[in-house]
Write a protein that binds this ligand. Structure first.
Ligand SMILES: Cc1cc2nc3c(=O)[nH]c(=O)nc-3n(C[C@H](O)[C@H](O)[C@H](O)COP(=O)(O)OP(=O)(O)OC[C@H]3O[C@@H](n4cnc5c(N)ncnc54)[C@H](O)[C@@H]3O)c2cc1C
Length: 96
């Protein structure tokens, strides 16, 4: 684990392996709402994985709709589109 933590974090690679979950790609995979990048935005979210999507969803529950999401490759093409989909409940002991 310590050795893996030494691997430098890089930008998304250009030719990733194809994930089982992304074959065939979703209709949203290459979705783009504007031909050119908007000049301004209230919030810029980098990455369309679960972290970026959750931030966007929460912002959209409020007044902010001027949100720009940038994705280097296809929508959810990172870990979110490659995971094992296991969900676990973490039991937190009650100390009171
Ligand atoms: C093989 C595997 C199995 C897993 N299994 C499980 C599981 O069973 N259960 C579980 O709970 N979790 C699992 N995980 C972990 C879980 O998938 C991740 O913790 C989670 O998806 C991370 O989400 P994220 O949005 O932070 O990152 P990501 O989903 O990786 O999203 C980041 C996005 O940002 C984009 N990006 C990065 N840099 C830039 C940039 N400079 N400009 C533009 N875009 C950029 C990337 O292309 C990517 O789409 C697994 C992960 C993997 C890889």
């Amino acid at each position: 684990m310590e050795k893996r933590a030494q691997i430098p974090v890089t930008l998304p690679v250009a030719n990733p392996t194809v994930s089982y979950w992304q074959d065939p790609p979703s209709a949203l995979a290459d979705h783009r709402t504007t031909a050119t990048l908007p000049a301004t935005a209230d919030t810029v979210i980098i990455g369309s994985g679960i972290t970026g999507a959750a931030i966007a969803w929460h912002l959209l529950q409020g007044a902010s709709t001027n949100i720009l999401m940038l994705e280097a490759r296809q929508a959810c093409s990172g870990a979110t589109g490659r995971n094992g989909m296991s969900l676990f409940t973490i039991l937190i002991p009650n100390h009171s």
